[in-house]
Design a protein around this ligand. Sequence first.
Ligand code: FA5
Length: 363
Amino acid sequence: MTQNLSTIKDELAQVISAANDLKSLEEARITALGKKGRITDLMKSLGGMDPEERKNFGAAVNMLKDDIAALIEKQEAGLKKQAMAERLSKETIDVTLPARPITKGAIHPVTQTMDELISIFGSMGFELDEGPDIEDDFHNFTALNFPLGHPAREMHDTFYLPEDGDEKGEAAKKLLRTHTSTVQIRHMLGRKPPFKMICMGRVYRSDYDMTHTPVFHQIEGLVIDKAINMGHLKGCLMDFLQAFFEVDNLPIRMRPSFFPFTEPSAEFDMGCSRKNGEFKIGQGDSWIEMGGSGMVHQNVLKHCGVDPNEYQGFAFGLGVERLAMLKYGIPDLRTFFESDVRWLNHYGFDPLDRPNRATGVKG
Ligand code: FA5
C-alpha cells in the first residue's frame, strides 16, 4: 500500500510540475485533491479498513495530501512570478510623453462673489461674523422688532421646523432664517459697541420663479457708533458698489421703504443704462434695485442691550446672487442651484486665482 502511495505521489508530482500555466495547474489540483481526485478516493477507502490499518494508512494519506498541496503552492508561486516577469518585460512606460491634462474644479460664482465681498469690506475695516441657518423666532423676528402677528412676518414666506415637544414658547420656535439680519442681533448681544460688521450666508424663503429661489444668499452690513447717519450709509454703499463693479462715479439712489428693524428705511438703487438692448452699470438713464437699508431701529438696539441715546447706526442687506448675476451676466437665478457641471465650467472661476484688492477683486 505504501509503495502504491509513493507511485501516486510521483505521478501527481509529475502532472504538477508539467503544468505550465495557472489553468493546467488548477486541473492538476482537481485531479489530486478535487471531489473525485485520487487522494480524495484514498480517503474514502479508509472506511472499509480495520482500525489498525486505518490508523497507519490514514496518517500516510494525510502526509501525501500535505506534500501534494505544498507542491501545488510552490508551482503556483513560480508560475505567478514568471507571469509577472513576462508582463513587466512587455509593458513599458514612455516617461518622455507629456502628462495627461488634469481637470481642475471651478469656484462657484456665489463663492467667488462672497470672497470678493469679504476682500472689499475687509479693506474698509469691517469684521466678518456668522450665524446659524436654523434660527429661532426671537433672532429672526422678535428682536428685529417684528411683533407677534405683525403682517411683515407673513411677507417672509418662512419655513418653520416641526415643534420638538420641548417648546419654551413662541420665541423659541425653530425656523430656517429668512434673512441675515439675524446676525445683527447675534453680533450685538454680548458685545460692546462700536460695531462694524458684515456677514453673509444662506437664507430660506418659500418662493420660486426666475428671480426668486427658496434658498439664496444675502450679505448684511451693520455699523453702530456715536454719530453715524444716513450720509455714512450712502457713502458706504457707494464705496462698496464702485469697488465691486469696478466702476467709478457710480450713482446711488435711496428710496423710502419699510423694514420693521430700521427707521427710517430705504431701498437703494444703482445707476445703469439700458440703451439699444445693452445693459451697462454706471452713469445712465435708468436705475436698478439692489437691496434694503436704513438706520437701525431703537427697539433693535434696546433688545441687544445697546443704549439708543448714546449709539446709533445703519444696516443694509442684499442678495449675493443678484450681485453675481449683474457682474457676470448670468441671466437666470435658478441655474445657481441646479448643480450643472457645464454651467459651473462656463461661469466658474479658477481656484488658484483668488480675489484680492491688490490685483483687482476679480483676481
Ligand atoms: C431683507 O431681507 C432685509 N433683511 C434687508 C435689510 C437688511 C434691510 C438690513 C434693512 C437693513 P428683502 O426681503 O428685500 O430685505 O431682501 C433683500 C434682498 O434679497 C433683495 O433685494 C433681493 O436681492 C434678495 N432676495 C429676496 N428674496 C429673494 C429670493 N427669493 N431669491 C433670491 N433673492 C432674493
